[in-house]
Write a protein that binds this ligand. Structure first.
Ligand SMILES: Nc1ncnc2c1ncn2[C@@H]1O[C@H](COP(=O)(O)OP(=O)(O)OP(=O)(O)O)[C@@H](O)[C@H]1O
Length: 236
């Protein structure tokens, strides 16, 4: 029996489009289950477009890609929610429902993704809140939480269905440096427990501090530090 693990994400000869414009061409890379990967590049270079293609918000029209077992060339609209259960998606702006408590925010996603048993919902909710260090926050409203705490709730929400990869688009972009550091450490803990992470960032300090693999959008292509020298330079 073959015990080798499949990459959680694999992209071959893809072109990333916005409308009719190709943004990145000849995109080839894969991410293994244990990996932490930074995605960098100047503003407008295509980071978000690439991530959106990976969670099927933008259609993959050229090339092939497999994400968490889903083939993006062939994926049907009705299958997209199932793909998104297997990937956690985290943005810079927190996107919580402000008129619902933390517990209600999490329960909403759980019901929408097929959870029905109330005790299991409560159990999983407690687990993810503990994981992100917010075990006493379930009854709080988002406005009663700091920006860093709100982002922790978003991360807890992304973890509910035990995704095999987290796609994070500037997850620390709106936070003070100290708070951003805490959030970054949380991503590292999650990664150590076996979830792959692909994180778009402009944070040059993080790149200097943590020597993870880097993918860089530049001149319409994606450079990979695993196969080429990638200059971090100014990532803005
Ligand atoms: N909804 C859209 N419709 C058309 N073009 C878009 C759209 N969103 C982005 N673009 C264009 O696609 C290109 C890549 O943008 P993208 O948002 O992927 O870059 P980015 O690297 O994520 O930038 P930033 O660091 O500012 O978030 C840019 O030229 C941008 O103007």
């Amino acid at each position: 029996m073959d015990f080798s693990t499949q990459p959680v994400l694999q992209v071959n000869q893809a072109t990333i489009f916005q409308g009719i414009d190709p943004i990145l061409t000849n995109v080839n890379f894969s991410v293994e289950q244990h990996e932490f990967v930074f995605l960098i590049g100047r503003t407008g270079s295509g980071k978000s477009s690439l991530l959106k293609t990976l969670y099927a918000d933008l259609e993959l029209r050229s090339g092939s890609a497999e994400v968490a077992g889903f083939n993006l060339e062939k994926i049907k609209i009705k299958e997209i929610p199932f793909l998104r259960r297997k990937i956690g998606i985290i943005f810079q702006d927190f996107q919580l429902f402000n008129d619902r408590s933390v517990a209600e925010n999490l329960a909403f996603v759980m019901r929408a993704t097929g959870w029905t048993d109330k005790s299991k919902i409560n159990e999983r909710m407690a687990e993810v809140l503990l994981l992100v260090g917010l075990n006493n926050a379930s009854s709080k409203m988002p406005h009663q939480l700091s920006g860093g705490e709100q982002q922790r709730v978003v991360i807890a929400r992304a973890l509910l269905n035990e995704p095999s990869i987290l796609l994070a688009d500037e997850p620390t972009g709106n936070l003070d440096p100290d708070v951003a550091d805490g959030i970054f450490k949380l991503f590292q803990e999650i990664n150590k427990k076996g979830t792959a992470i692909l994180m778009a960032t402009h944070n040059y300090d993080l790149l200097r501090k943590y020597p993870y693999r880097v993918l860089k959008c530049e001149n319409g292509e994606l450079q990979d530090s695993q196969t080429h020298d990638v200059s971090y330079g100014s990532t803005y």
